[in-house]
Ligand binder design. Structure first.
Ligand SMILES: C[S@@+](CC[C@H](N)C(=O)[O-])C[C@H]1O[C@@H](n2cnc3c(N)ncnc32)[C@H](O)[C@@H]1O
Length: 517
């Protein structure tokens, strides 16, 4: 039978089994869920055994979870019951299980439900990937196709939901970013250098009835030579790996280049593949060489003047911390082999003068000369935000899009027009005041952003007064005029002091500008 016949059967059976994120939590409880996130399956195995003993049978979702999440072999009869229209034979034909005629079947892939909320609402999919370390019981192979990990969720949460015609996902793996992009792009191209990744990604798209993704084989921008996209996303294999004998090179996390050259290649290549106004969003690592700030290197990667850039560094690691993270990620435990790899990483960093490694988010945009806002000065923002983010249940993508729009609007708006504009405080903004005991005037005032990047901004009396009056009814100029009277200040001087702060609050999403009519 063809996959066109088998995949709908699989879909029907998974839905009928309630093989969903809440369904699994309902089977084994939140503690087992948490243990699985720590890569421990024993609590889930025990909970399922207790449930089977209590019910006197195996629930279909429990059979599927044991097989595809926990990596246990299950009786063929149980799988036939759990997948009544596909059957164990169909699952074997799809490459999901090894059914060699024995009484038990073994998993060949990881298949699990995945749920999310984005700007379009809540959704859930089933995702097939290669079996993880927990199921395999040994380190991953170098051609492993990754399921949905922390980095995948970070990038999908960052993805701007702006409706576009064409999107590109470089290094699609199991296809997760392309699938998310399919929700706001009419057409998506997804690429990878792994044939197996492309096969699994295509299976995931079909299983979840997503039909606007085209899968192409090839490295970085090669499969899309001469083409341009409105939105490029990539969770590239950015992990810095020593090029030394005996150091494994995992396709899913390491593009085979030296240092951070792969991230540099994506950054440098982006301008030729974006439409005017088009955006590329990626995750990356970058090296701090000798005494040089990594942001200086990042600046050099950006073709001078060609791309707008907003780069956010979230974390910096020492060479030792970095080596430990990625050696553990590869499944190697402390011991002689761990030490050998540790030395290889430190040798590589030492030889190339790397003192630190940064991790973060990159958002680059090809300026649009034809924009209705005119030729606004470009965006070049490289910042360090190591702290906790705000509360963003639907991800940060919409916030990023709003901040970009606010940047463009304020850059195209001169001070005279800004003074005539009615601004509004964003709904997630709160003000915190501290007082010396017995005093009626605050000694410290801070504005807090509840969502987005969870930024905080110190306030002085004038700025606090201005922000407090921004309810959309009064123009900025009128508020400054009233404040000048109240504070006995020179109005033009107060405006000159406050307007740059107002612009900064707009760009960061504390204040919002009126929709253009
Ligand atoms: C970190 S995984 C990301 C998978 C998925 N996009 C996600 O977000 O979970 C990186 C992917 O890039 C692929 N890859 C490695 N080198 C590549 C290259 N030179 N060009 C395109 N893809 C590459 C790997 O096979 C892997 O599937």
């Amino acid at each position: 039978m063809t996959s066109a016949t088998l995949v709908p059967r699989l879909r029907t059976d998974l839905a009928a089994a309630h093989f969903s994120v809440p369904g699994l939590t309902g089977l084994w409880g939140i503690d087992a869920d948490a243990a699985l996130r720590r890569n421990q399956r024993v609590p889930a195995q025990r909970a399922l055994a207790v449930l089977a003993a209590k019910l006197g049978r195996n629930e279909p979702a429990a059979t599927l979870a044991r097989l595809f999440l926990l990596g246990d072999a299950v009786p063929r009869a149980d799988l036939d019951a759990a997948l009544p229209t596909l059957g164990a034979v169909g699952a074997a034909e799809l490459g999901l299980v090894a059914a060699d005629g024995s009484a038990d079947v073994c998993p060949l892939v990881d298949l699990r439900p995945y749920s999310f909320i984005d700007a379009h609402g809540a959704g859930s999919w089933w995702i097939v990937s290669d079996l993880g370390e927990l199921a395999l019981g040994h380190p991953l192979g170098e051609t492993h196709v990754l399921g949905i990990g922390g980095a995948s969720r970070t990038l999908s949460g960052l993805m701007m939901p702006t409706a576009v015609e064409r999107a590109l996902d470089i290094g699609t793996g199991c296809g997760i970013q392309a699938m998310h992009a399919s929700r706001h792009a009419e057409q998506v191209v997804a690429t990878d250098i792994s044939v197996r990744a492309l096969e699994l990604a295509a299976l995931n798209a079909e299983l979840n009835e997503i039909d606007n993704i085209e899968f192409r084989f090839g490295s970085l921008f090669e499969p899309v030579a001469g083409e341009r996209f409105d939105h490029i996303i990539s969770n590239p294999p950015f992990v810095i790996t020593p090029r030394a004998e005996g150091v494994p090179s995992y396709e899913y996390r390491d593009g085979g280049m030296v240092g951070d050259a792969l991230v540099e290649a994506v950054v440098r290549g982006a301008a030729d593949h974006l439409t005017p106004g088009g955006v590329v969003q990626l995750l990356g690592n970058w090296e701090y060489h000798d005494e040089t700030d990594a942001f200086e290197r990042l600046e050099r990667w950006l073709t001078p003047g060609a791309l707008d850039a907003w780069i956010i560094e979230r974390e910096v690691q020492t060479p030792g911390e970095y080596a430990e993270t990625w050696i553990r990620d590869g499944g190697t435990r402390p011991g002689p082999d761990f030490d050998r790899l540790y030395n290889a990483w430190l040798n590589d960093f030492e030889a190339r003068g790397v003192g630190r490694v940064g991790f973060g988010y990159l958002l680059l945009r090809l300026p649009d000369a034809a924009s209705t806002l005119g030729a606004a000065p470009g965006l070049r923002r490289l910042e360090r935000l190591p702290d906790a983010l705000g509360h963003n249940p639907a991800g940060l993508g919409a916030h990023l899009a709003e901040c970009l729009a606010a940047h463009d609007w304020q850059a195209a708006t001169d001070d005279a027009r800004l003074l005539r504009t009615n601004l509004t405080v964003a709904s997630d903004v709160t003000e915190e005041r501290h007082y010396w005991p017995g005093q009626s005037d605050p000694t410290l005032m801070t504005l807090h952003q509840g969502s987005g990047f969870g930024r905080s901004v110190p306030l002085d009396t004038a700025l606090a007064g201005l922000v407090g009056a921004c309810d959309g009814d009064l123009a900025v100029g009128a508020i400054i005029g009233a404040l000048a009277q109240l504070l006995d200040a020179d109005e033009p001087a107060l405006a000159a002091e406050l307007l740059p702060k107002v612009r900064a609050l707009l760009v960061d999403g504390f204040l919002t500008f009126p929709d253009p009519v």
